[in-house]
Ligand binder design. Sequence first.
Ligand code: ZN
Length: 211
Amino acid sequence: MRYFSVVASATTPGPNPKPDLTNQSRQHLNPRANGVRAALPPFVDWPAFPFEGELRIKALQEPVSVEPPRRGDRQEQCAACHTPDSAYLWTNERWRLKSPPAPSGLPVVVILEPRAHLDLGDLSTMHAAELGVLTVRLERAIRSLESVAQVHVNRWGDGTAHLQQWFLARPQGYLQLRGPFMTMWDEILPPVEEHEWRMNLEYISAWLTDD
Ligand SMILES: [Zn+2]
């Protein structure tokens, strides 16, 4: 998944507080500007951080004056709006639930979308209330799987214009996967067994249908 970088500032279990960068210029992250390499943040030493060895921080690119379009900014080009219900795990009148096309390192990854071409801030009061109810139902369904300890719920607005709310399950007992680095571990760990993945998805779909 490519969404990790935008959540790097979220809270992560670990022994050290986040560095306070509030009064520092971002210029220090550009080594070409001052010839000094930026110090690594404390989280690189946390057990949850998936990498070790010699690390260095990339130079921060200059901000762009105009943000690029997101996928589906023009509805006629929106992939979600052109995908039939048959590609989804579960649907109702206003919502649809899907999974990535193949198993990954986590026991469950599912994505909830409104049927209509709406982003989070576009939701009506009714849609917003339903999103809250569905979020709780899905969290409960996924967490009730024996192989799952916790469920992380995320929405990153950078990639697509059509709202996608992600549900990512942390496998039971794997404390090292706690926190936002789990999205990296999802790509690092070997994929879960295909039959287990399918059973988990069918269980969640049935839960939503029966609830
Ligand atoms: Zn759409």
